[in-house]
Design a protein around this ligand. Structure first.
Ligand code: FAD
Ligand code: FMN
Length: 1332
């Protein structure tokens, strides 16, 4: 070994296996490329000399000058040397240093030749300074940048007197991470690394990891401590940070060379051309464009290099979605939807990554704010407990602060929050129909289902940074499939759903003693349930044993293919039965190799807001780029805590108000949210569906506002039933007075006024000591006076609250669908808010006008210039099914019409059709006889065209558009207005919106008429504006107009020819077209994969039969839609209308007209059961059918079917009431029951425990019920009251079933009657309103 000026000569022997034990790279300088040593492999020949360092330039090899050669020629010279031969390298030490050899005497007395590298100029000195400061206070990133520059040497092993001496024996690195050898104070990233021996303690097999030699210096470990187990061990970059050009160049070069080396037919010329191209791009823009092939390779390698992933055996099967052309948050949203759909694949999950544009300057980043695409929200409840997945509490707050409103359930999917190009974030609800979730059930424990747990099927990590080739992709979400224990932990971890104790108790385990290992037993069963549920639903999932085996196989592959596999033992070993899996016994080496996925700070903590957020939650988290002065961490922490506590105190001081709603068609929910809007002004309000409310919290509430409709025939909506029952249970605890109580909530409301008064004394007593003694409340009930039990459920709730001792703050409100429902609601809500403020002495500072305005849903109320339509360039129209799913926030499925049969002869003058739909095996469309199918129709083309013809010109009706709303925000600099997307409708054409999403046939509401009035042309007609304004005031005039003409929107446009309606008005203000329900008319066993509906086609003339003909939207659509056309739908379970479990019980079915629909499914089911022998043990009981048919006109279809059913033994008796038969008097089903089969009915209900099913319109159902009561009185000797009670008990015990279609027959008469009653009340409520 010799030494000249900054040159040293080093000799070694080339080895068979690792050659010289170094890797080289090219550096271009002064017009020629030099061969520079990049890495020295620990234990290799170069390392063993102790003289070779990364950064040295190879000047000559065995006497041949390599500096005059090209890079390829120079490396070829070294490559051509035969193993076993002596090699002499002349090396030039790093720039800015003086390198030479020196003989030193050690303290042992020995002499040794060592290499000395002494700083030679300011940069060298600086480097040394850095060297001393490393690991202490110096900015590590700055060091890394310096280190990564190839011309600055990195030192290893020992510092003496300012010189760096390489003289410590090989392999003895003290206090560093044992694998990478990282030792923050002395060892650099490219320190020589020798193979790490890794042992498998089960089979004693040993492997050597060499790959770690390529590891980057981003290991967090430092002297004396290993930080591997930290969740996020690597430091984050500060907001606004971006890589310096040199760093990008260096990593790009490495990547491009690696990529070309990976290609089977790699061509050096190609590679060099590409590299030149990349260099030019980086020089110009600081970044460059990866080809699709490069990006795919990088994405796969990132997965392959992820030390924490156990499922990497699949790394080469990753689908890349290249979304680098996306520029907006909406574009990101659409790309993500495509990703989710593709990955879900009906449960056969596939792995994918979507890559959005890379970071350019740190200020235009693309980010997915969600940690995963799919996550459940978390809501803090008044008692401090959390509803939902607690891990997402902070993010849920952020979403809410951005304007998202969850449904308040335990499994509310959070929206996607996306920021594109550094813009402020936007949120998007994920369409329900693309999200697959699995209800968690257990193969052995049936009760598991009652826990009501579900989980989503695609785990998609969306907030990591994808680091490849020097580029940083800040949004590159990727997804795979679950390992069972991941979901198991989500359910059981104490900071997650934490169901461990609940399950333990249900399992009957001793949860008081740790030593019973109950937690372990629970965890196993929960994991069994998870695997079982996913598998049962054909969703890909892997158990941890199989995952462990696959990982061992992967390790073996990787050892063979690239000499190692970075693996984080802490994460790879499953959280359950760890030592039973082989990975537990396998030593692993954890290090960091690029391309890679990196953790990023939560987006809401580092986002550089374009517009300073207003919301306190966002402000609390917002990153301040220019803090007024630097505070210590402690100060910052204190300040944050203080601000948060102030906020909390302010909120805590407010009275907590819980707004509960129950709804069938959504009106109560939207009224509840208006309530929420007004109460927010002075109360700490929250809103949730009754079904999601934990009734045990009720006693601790301060103020409860209930908004609910009534359904069926005086019954609660489905999602209010459990709440109603629970209240009833509270009021009448079982066995409290020795009597068995009726379970009917409805009946609570039917107490007479006299008995109500009699109860007052008792109520006052109860109030003082009742369970809800500390609660105040108000109820607004929605209903329709067309029904005998008007607003019954709302009244029942009101009564129960009062009986339980709660104090009513405002008399129960009633909103009649037939007459001024919205107005009644607004009047009531204003009153309730005012009285609540008075009662609690709050809201003195509230601007009542502003608060009341919120009842108009002011944010999105109409004003000219407030909305605009924008064309979406190139954006495709959202598929209707997807659009409807988003709009209705539920999973809709497409079925197809396969046939349609007219059931009535043409002369009948009416139409009823049997529509048969194909479900294509969709799981979501499985049903049992008695269930309903909800259908989403389209408006008639004729009506849509009539509207389009009358709209303001300028918008192409077939171009894809979006609506934007101008939002005003107060800021320090005044009022700021911005156009934000109004996410009401998906991207679609005007025609599609009017045809599929919006209701154009329901008479416009008073509010809409007022908006229309603004767009009459006063020059041509001031009368029209005045008229519309008068109608827009609501009240009697409006109700008369609506009742007489029931005008559709096209008719209004026709009646007011001066109207010039802006399309944005309709798109933003028309109500949403609702689904229609149909009782399913088929048995799934007789017609697998089909749904049949028996549909009465609605047509009527307004103005007492003299007006234009109106056609019901859905029934006419179903009657005219082409075969094979798609019908969006979902199934609604009608659990109170299913056949009795015991088939031997006799059954009476009454279904006049289309009421026959569900009954057909019953007899068909029984036909199948008889044929299959299912009923052989219990011979089927009598099945009597009572129908009303127009025998002369009725087509043969149904008659043939009922005759066959009778032959098969399914139907015992069929009784037909004749209606509209020429020359006969009309008979009704109730006449048949009373006249022909009274004894049979008596025996069936009284003696044989039989079931009664009544289906059709509400008037008929009421008549049938009264007829059966009469039979009990006349033939059963009961009193009227007893008979009524008897039928009610039958209903409570699920023996008397009603399937009510609403008011379908005699609509006009019934409405007229009801209206008369309603109008007088409306007048009263108008008066009440003005007194406020
Ligand atoms: C649980 C359930 C099950 C049902 N099952 C069936 C079934 O199996 N088969 C079936 O055919 N239907 C069934 N229906 C009724 C069905 O859902 C629809 O209401 C019906 O098909 C009409 O819908 P449409 O869209 O055609 O009419 P719409 O466009 O909804 O028009 C109907 C509306 O028009 C108005 N109207 C009707 N007649 C007059 C009149 N003479 N004067 C003034 N206004 C009038 C009323 O406001 C009425 O609500 C069921 C309903 C429910 C709730
Ligand atoms: C099938 C059906 C049954 C109904 N039954 C009743 C009833 O028994 N009593 C009542 O007051 N209203 C009844 N209604 C009217 C609803 O309560 C009314 O439409 C209400 O506005 C719906 O509110 P929601 O959208 O919140 O469910 C019924 C409506 C339908 C369609």
């Amino acid at each position: 070994m010799e030494e000249q000026q900054n040159l040293i000569v080093v000799r070694m022997v080339k080895r068979e296996v690792d050659g010289l034990g170094l890797s080289a790279k090219r550096r271009t300088a002064a017009g020629h490329s030099a061969v520079v040593i990049e890495e020295v492999i620990r234990g290799g020949p170069a390392d063993q000399t102790g003289m070779v360092q990364p950064g040295d330039t190879i000047v000559a090899v065995n006497g041949q000058d390599t500096e005059s050669l090209s890079y390829q020629e120079a490396t070829k010279v070294i490559g051509d040397i035969e193993p076993g031969k002596q090699v002499e390298l002349v090396l030039r030490g790093p720039k800015w240093f003086h390198t030479y050899l020196e003989t030193v005497r050690l303290s042992s007395g020995e002499t040794r030749t060592v290499r000395v590298t002494r700083p030679n100029g300011p940069i060298g000195a600086l480097t040394l300074l850095i060297q001393r400061m490393r690991g202490n206070t110096f900015d590590k990133r700055a060091i890394r940048r310096l280190e990564n520059r190839g011309d600055i040497p990195l030192y290893s092993r020992g510092v003496a007197n300012g010189d760096v001496i390489k003289s410590i024996p090989n392999g003895t690195i003290a206090n560093g991470c044992p694998v990478t050898g990282h030792r923050a104070s002395t060892v650099g990233p490219s320190a020589t690394r020798r193979p790490v021996r890794l042992k498998n303690w089960l089979n004693e097999r040993r492997i050597h990891d060499n790959l770690h030699a390529k590891a980057n210096d981003v290991n967090p470990c430092s002297d004396g401590k290993c930080l591997g187990p930290l969740m996020r061990p690597r430091p984050f970059t500060a907001p606004g940070y971006f890589r310096p050009k040199e760093e990008v160049l260096e990593q790009a070069e490495k990547f491009i060379f690696e990529y070309y080396a990976s290609l089977k037919r790699s061509d050096v010329a190609d590679r060099d051309r590409r590299w030149r191209d990349v260099q030019v791009q980086i020089e110009e823009k600081g970044v460059y464009h990866l080809t699709y092939g490069e990006l795919t390779y990088a994405a796969k390698m990132s997965w392959r290099n992820s030390p924490r992933c156990i499922g990497r055996i699949q790394w080469s099967k990753l689908q890349l979605f290249d979304a680098r052309d996306v520029t907006t948050a909406r574009g990101m949203f659409e790309a993500i939807c495509r990703h989710v759909k593709w990955c879900t694949n009906g449960g056969n999950i596939r792995s994918a990554i979507t890559v959005f544009p890379p970071r350019t300057d740190g200020r235009h980043d693309y980010k997915v704010w969600n940690g995963q695409f799919l996550k459940y929200a978390a809501y803090q409840l008044p008692d401090g407990s959390i509803l939902g997945d607690p891990i997402n509490l902070e993010f849920t707050e952020v979403c809410q602060a951005l304007g998202w409103k969850g449904e308040g359930t335990r499994f509310d999917l959070l929206p996607l929050v996306l920021s594109a190009n550094g813009e402020d974030p936007e949120w998007f609800d994920i369409p329900r129909d693309i999200v697959m979730e699995v209800n968690i059930t257990h193969p052995k424990y049936d009760w598991f289902e009652e826990l009501g747990i579900k989980w989503y099927c695609v785990p998609a990590v969306s907030n990591m940074l994808f680091d490849c080739g020097g580029l940083e992709f800040t949004a590159a979400p990727f997804s795979g499939w679950y390992m069972g224990t991941e979901v198991g932990r989500d359910l059981c971890d104490a900071n997650r759903l934490n169901i461990t104790e609940a399950v333990g108790k249900r399992m009957g385990l001793d949860v008081a003693r740790n030593s019973s290992l109950w937690k372990d037993a629970v965890f196993v069963e929960v994991n069994i349930a998870v695997l079982h549920s996913f598998q049962r639903n054909n969703v890909t999932i892997m158990d941890h044993h199989t995952a462990s085996e696959s990982f061992m196989k992967h390790l073996e592959n990787e050892q063979r293919l690239r000499g190692g596999c970075p693996s984080d033992w802490v994460w790879i070993v499953p959280p359950m039965s760890a030592s039973l899996t082989e990975v537990f016994h396998q030593e692993m080496a954890n290090y960091h190799v690029r391309p890679s996925f990196e953790y990023q700070e939560d987006a809401w903590l580092v986002h550089l807001w374009r517009k300073k957020p207003k919301h306190p939650v966002l402000l609390k988290f917002a990153y301040d780029e220019n803090p007024p002065r630097r505070c210590s961490l402690k100060e910052v922490a204190l300040a944050v805590t203080f601000a948060a506590s102030l906020m909390k105190m302010a909120l805590n001081e407010r009275v907590k108000t819980t707004i509960l709603y129950a709804t069938e068609t959504g009106k109560s929910e939207s009224f509840a949210s208006l309530h929420f809007g007004i109460f927010k002004h002075a109360f700490d309000a929250k809103m949730m569906c009754m079904d999601d409310y934990d009734i045990t919290h009720l006693e601790k509430e301060e103020l409860v506002i209930v908004v609910t409709s009534t359904f069926g025939n005086g019954d609660p909506p489905d999602n209010g039933e459990a709440f109603g029952q629970a209240l009833l249970h509270m009021r009448h605890p079982p066995g409290s007075d020795g009597k068995k109580r009726s379970g009917s909530v409805r009946r609570v409301s039917s107490i007479s006024k006299a008995s109500y008064r009699r109860q007052q004394k008792l109520l006052r007593q109860l109030r003082d000591g009742g369970a809800l003694g500390n609660v105040r409340y108000g109820v607004f009930a929605l209903g329709s006076r067309a029904y005998p039990h008007f607003c019954a459920f709302g009244h029942a709730i009101d009564t129960l609250f009062e009986e339980l001792g709660a104090e009513r703050i405002h008399p129960v409100g009633e909103g009649d669908e037939l007459c001024g429902q919205e107005e009644s609601f607004r009047a009531w809500a204003k009153g309730a808010f005012k009285f609540a403020c008075e009662r609690y002495d709050v809201g003195h500072d509230v601007n009542m006008e502003e608060a009341n305005a919120s009842l108009l849903g002011s944010d999105f109320s109409w004003a000219p210039g407030k909305f605009r339509i924008v064309q979406t360039k190139g954006l495709p129209e959202t598929d209707v099914l997807e659009g409807l799913s988003k709009l209705h926030r539920r999973t809709l499925v497409s079925s197809t019409v396969i046939s349609r049969t007219q059931l009535q002869a043409p002369e009948s003058g009416r139409q009823t059709c049997l529509v048969e739909l194909e479900t294509h095996g969709a799981q979501e469309l499985k049903y049992v006889p008695g269930d309903h199918v909800a259908i989403f129709p389209a408006n008639e083309d004729r009506l849509v065209q009539a509207i389009l013809d009358r709209l303001e010109k300028g918008t192409n009706p077939d171009a894809v558009i979006l609506i934007e709303a101008l939002q005003e925000k107060k800021s320090a600099s005044g009022l700021v207005k911005t156009w934000t997307s109004h996410n009401r409708l998906p991207p679609c054409s005007l025609r599609t919106a009017l045809s599929r999403y919006l209701d154009v046939t329901t008479p416009p509401s008073p509010q809409l008429l007022l908006y229309l009035a603004m767009h009459t042309c006063t020059r041509t007609s001031s009368r029209e504006r005045a008229e519309l304004e008068a109608l827009g005031k609501g009240g009697a005039r409006y109700e008369d107009w609506k009742f007489e003409a029931a005008p559709t929107l096209p008719e209004v446009l026709q009646d007011y020819p001066s109207l010039q309606v802006p399309p944005a008005l309709l798109l933003s203000q028309l109500p949403v077209l609702q689904q229609r329900y149909y009782s399913i008319s088929s048995s799934p066993h007789m017609y697998p994969g089909q749904i049949h509906a028996t549909v009465a086609v609605v047509k009527y003339r307004t103005r007492g039969g003299k007006g234009p003909e109106h056609s019901g939207v859905c029934s006419n659509w179903l009657n005219t839609i082409n075969i094979n056309e798609s019908v969006p739908c979902f199934i609604r379970t009608a659990k109170n209308f299913h056949l009795p479990e015991d088939p031997s019980l006799p059954v009476l079915m009454v279904g006049p007209g289309t009421g026959i629909a569900p009954l057909r499914s019953f007899w068909q089911q029984r036909q199948v059961d008889i044929k299959d022998g299912t009923t052989s043990r219990h011979p089927p009981g009598d099945m009597t059918l009572g129908v009303r048919l127009y025998t002369v006109q009725t087509g043969p279809h149904l008659q043939g079917e009922t005759t066959q059913a009778r032959r098969d033994g399914a139907l015992t008796d069929i009784h037909t009431a004749l209606s509209r038969e020429p020359g006969t008097t009309k008979t009704y089903v109730q006449d048949i029951i009373r006249q022909q089969i009274p004894r049979k009915v008596l025996d069936l209900v009284l003696r044989d425990g039989g079931h009664v099913y009544v289906c059709g319109d509400v008037t008929m159902a009421t008549d049938v019920c009264e007829t059966i009561q009469r039979i009990l009185v006349e033939h059963g000797g009961m009193s009227r009251a007893r008979a009524e009670d008897f039928i009610n008990t039958m209903k409570d015990n699920n023996r008397y079933h009603e399937d009510i279609f609403g008011v379908t027959l005699k609509t006009h008469e019934v409405e007229n009657e009801a209206r008369k009653r309603g109008m007088s009340l409306l007048v009263t409520s108008d008066d009440e309103d003005t007194s406020l």
